[in-house]
Design a protein around this ligand. Structure first.
Ligand code: HEM
Length: 478
């Protein structure tokens, strides 16, 4: 009798475990199994209730430190198919895209897929990342003109160099530095100078703290009351905006004084095609958003530049030779045209950014049911365009984990290089970022020699791909 009872409970436990294990998949796939016009969900696995496939995601990204095997495992299990997989990540049912055509379909079609923000105030309700349609095109055109086109880049090249030169001297005076920490300081100093002529180190440190607070809110649960990360992040956003509002009010008060040569001034003065200017709120929202988008990403790229050039001395040598051709005297400022003339540098910078894989994936929300090659992306589901898989896929880049600037002698296959995204939301500061890295490289390779303190440091991939020591180096002047 006792044996029978024990057997019964074991059977119940096994049934419950099986129900728990399969529940998510049945729950989300059921409407499609019940035959909705012949369409089906892409292959995949929704994981376990509430957490979905987060354990597998963390397993590959955090424990194994082989982030690309998260997708490789799906390819092995479900086949290549049409490059869509269903899953459940970060609290939402999600479709992953990992082929150029499926990803292009999502990034291009703004009438079916929208940006995905838990709280739009956190990214600035009137900033270009939050607005859509014609409002987005208008703000984007003005922002791109003021940070990403040759006239602006010419000005930026000259404005950021004093900060770069001062930082490099301070690096070598200290001898041993952590490249990521210092890259953040020099990027923020450059951005502060170009965005709003801010030089005060105290103000820059405050901005750094506020940016950290805002970013933590972007990753937090969407619960807003005192004590939550989102609440704190919203406070940080308001305080960051207040810093720039103070500067803007100063300018309005002293209208007669000489206008500043920075982004704030440019955004205040620029007119759209109908002759309208941005409102003050739009100017402030966009400045804070550009800092969020450009500060950490560019700092990470600079950190990886320091890392790869220490690891690949033959590349450093070629780079140095190229920069000697445009250098007049050590420490002299270079022009935008001179930087653009450095063709090998452009390849090195591209390879650094490809290898860095700063943005692993971007997320959209399906505004309606979308059918793609017989498979359905259901309304309300998230879509994760898995960018890092493009740059690390041997079908797109031969020997993808090898740092090889010469691969840029040829253009990549169409749609296979997505470090800056694609479609109407493609990075609005991609040329700014490339320039900032190139300018720093110019002064670094000509004036300094450095080596990694921990050349065999391990890697972490969350929240960003980093060597575990954030690239500690010993650096001296040549
Ligand atoms: C190496 C550095 C950078 C990388 C890897 C990077 C990457 C990206 C990616 C992947 C997107 C697309 C996001 C999406 O589709 O959801 C994006 C958008 C954006 N980036 Fe960057 N970015 C970098 C630097 C910068 C800089 C320096 C700025 C500004 C000065 C900037 C401003 C923006 C803005 C404003 C958007 C949104 C564009 C829109 O919604 O129209 N980024 N970036």
């Amino acid at each position: 009798m006792e044996m029978e009872l024990a057997g019964f409970w074991v059977a119940v436990a096994v049934a419950l475990a099986a129900l728990f294990w399969w529940w998510n998949d049945y729950w989300y796939a059921l409407p499609f199994r019940l035959h909705r016009g012949g369409v089906k969900l892409p292959p995949g696995n929704m994981g376990i209730p509430f957490i979905g496939e987060m354990p597998a995601f963390l397993w590959y990204f955090k424990v194994l430190c082989h982030p690309d095997d998260f997708i490789n495992a799906k390819r092995r299990k479900y086949g290549d198919g049409i490059g869509l997989y269903r899953t459940y990540l970060f609290g939402s049912p999600t479709i992953i895209t990992c082929t150029p055509s499926a990803t292009k379909m999502v990034l291009q079609d703004e009438s079916s897929f929208s940006m995905s923000w838990n709280n739009v105030e956190l990214v600035g309700a009137t900033s270009l990342v939050a607005v859509e349609g014609p409002a987005h095109s208008r703000v984007r055109a003005l922002v791109v003109r003021s940070v990403n086109q040759p006239d602006a880049l010419r000005k930026i090249t000259l404005m950021v160099q004093p900060q770069v030169l001062a930082s490099l001297i301070s690096w070598s005076n200290r001898g041993r530095i952590t490249a990521f920490k210092e890259a953040k300081k020099v990027t923020l100093a450059s951005i502060g100078m170009y965005f709003a002529s801010i030089e005060s180190e105290d103000v820059l440190e405050t901005i750094d703290d506020l940016v950290k607070g805002i970013i933590s809110g972007l990753r937090a649960y969407p619960i807003n009351f005192p004590g939550t990360a989102l609440h704190y992040a919203l406070q940080c956003r308001r305080r960051a905006k207040a810093i720039f509002r103070k500067e803007l009010e100063k300018r309005n008060k002293f209208e007669a004084s000489v206008p500043k040569n920075d982004l704030m001034e440019a955004l205040m003065q620029m007119k759209d095609e109908e002759g309208n200017r941005l409102s003050e709120d739009e100017v402030l929202d966009n400045i804070v958003t550009l800092i969020l988008a450009g500060y950490t990403s560019t700092s990470v790229a600079i950190m990886w530049a320091v890392y790869y050039l220490a690891k690949y001395p033959e590349v450093l040598l070629k780079l140095r030779e190229e920069h000697m051709l445009i250098s007049k005297k050590l420490g002299d400022l270079v022009t935008y045209e001179e930087i653009v003339s450095c063709k090998y540098t452009a390849k090195v910078v591209e390879e650094i950014i490809r290898m860095a894989n700063i943005s692993s994936f971007v997320v959209r929300t399906a505004k309606k049911d979308v059918d793609y090659k017989g498979y359905r992306i259901p309304k309300g589901w998230k879509v994760a365009c898995w960018f890092r898989y493009f740059q690390t896929n041997p079908e797109h880049f031969e020997d993808p984990m090898c740092f090889n600037p010469d691969r840029w002698n040829e253009a990549p296959k169409a749609g296979s290089y997505l470090v800056f995204g694609g479609g109407p939301r493609m990075c609005a500061g991609n040329m700014f970022a490339r320039l900032q890295v190139s300018v720093l490289l110019h002064h670094l390779v000509l004036g300094y020699r450095w080596k990694l303190v921990n050349p065999n440091a391990g890697m972490t991939y969350l929240p960003l791909p980093n060597p575990t020591d954030d690239v500690e180096i010993d650096i001296t002047q040549i």
